[in-house]
Design a binder for this molecule. Structure first.
Ligand code: F6P
Length: 339
């Protein structure tokens, strides 16, 4: 194996740069050249980006470990859903005499890798980089820990002003269709309510609204303080703003909605993400040297493994029952003690 293509794809995640650095350092150690392709899979299929591909030197990746975003840029690439795009990607890889493709991204990016398999015979490795933490088979994905921290820091600030005015806030968090960020941030911020896919049935929306209104009213009657509801994006039709509107119209409860949004994707990666990304980058290069392909590097109980890509994206990794129960129990205890 002489030449690896490397790209970052889908939603960027803090720690992607640390992973790029790690892949380049490990590859250089084994005298393998790394070609960086820009703008996700667009770098393989769009004329304007193909020409940007460049050999990644040690100097290029020096001093990037602490930066959020990705020096290779990222994108979502609808062309990879078509045969035309897959063939173009295979042609670009062959034209650049690439032996292996390493993609840092999430489930959509890995679906692209699996589809490409039909058109290209080189080795392929996925490195899980997404704030959503929804890839099965790895305890954590690169970027999740930082996104949770960012959410906590933001809500701690919201808590100050919410306390000062004794206001109710509804804070919407990212995670696409999974509640890993919402549950972790909710627990760490002592949110009075956590609303996520795991504890909410879309058919019971109106019931949930009544329940929520009753709980807010009871809590506000018993104590003068702020009240924070964290809610997963894509959960409530219309999001935090619509939930606030419905609580106002149906229960006369005033809430301030706040969408944290892309702030959760940015910022300097915290130690956990830098270290995870570094381990995963090295593991990806080692897996290639061992001849592995169509696998995702994964960390389980502090040890590196390789998981078939198809398995990693077959099901969304669930939020652990233990975490959901802990949140539920703490909520019940808080209501009882009226602290
Ligand atoms: O997958 C990462 C993520 O940030 C999700 O949490 C979110 O739903 C989505 O990407 C947003 O994507 P975009 O930045 O393309 O709007």
């Amino acid at each position: 194996i002489k030449r690896i293509a490397l790209l970052t794809s889908g939603g960027d995640a803090p720690g992607m740069n640390a992973a790029i650095r790690s892949v380049v350092l490990a590859a250089h150690h084994y005298h393998i050249e790394v070609i960086g392709f820009y703008h996700g899979y667009n770098g393989l299929v769009c004329e304007e980006y193909i020409g940007m591909a460049e050999s990644l030197s040690l100097i290029k990746v020096n001093g990037i470990i602490h930066f959020g975003g990705t020096i290779l840029k990222s994108a979502r690439c609808p062309l990879m859903l078509e045969e035309k795009g897959l063939k173009l990607a295979a042609e670009t890889l062959d034209a650049n005499t690439i032996d292996a493709l390493v993609v840092i991204g999430g489930d959509g990016s890995f679906s692209g890798l699996l589809a490409l398999k039909q058109y290209w015979s080189g080795q392929m490795i996925g490195i899980p980089g997404t704030i959503d933490n929804d890839l099965d088979g790895t305890d954590y994905t690169i970027g999740f820990a930082t996104a949770v921290n960012t959410g906590i820091e933001a809500i701690d600030k919201i808590r100050d002003t919410a306390d000062a005015f004794e206001r109710i806030f509804i804070v919407e968090l990212m995670g696409r269709h999974c509640g890993h960020i919402t549950f972790n941030v909710g627990i760490a911020c002592a949110a009075e309510q956590v609303l996520s896919f795991e504890n909410f049935n879309a058919n019971e929306q109106s019931l949930k609204l009544q329940h929520l209104a009753a709980e807010i009213s009871a809590a506000k009657k018993n104590r003068h303080s702020s009240y924070i509801i964290v809610i997963a994006e894509n959960l409530w039709p219309g999001g935090a703003a619509e939930l606030a509107k419905q609580l106002h119209l149906q229960a006369d409860i005033e809430c301030t909605p706040c969408i944290l949004g892309h702030i959760q994707r940015g910022g300097s990666p915290i130690a956990k993400d830098r270290i995870l990304a570094t381990k995963m980058g090295v593991a990806a290069v080692q897996a290639l040297i061992e001849g592995k392909s169509t696998v995702m590097v994964a960390e389980q109980n502090n040890a590196m493994h390789c998981i078939p890509l198809a398995k990693a994206i077959k099901h969304k990794k669930l939020v652990s029952k233990q975490l959901i129960d802990a949140q539920q129990n703490i909520l019940a205890l808080t209501a009882q003690t009226q602290c």
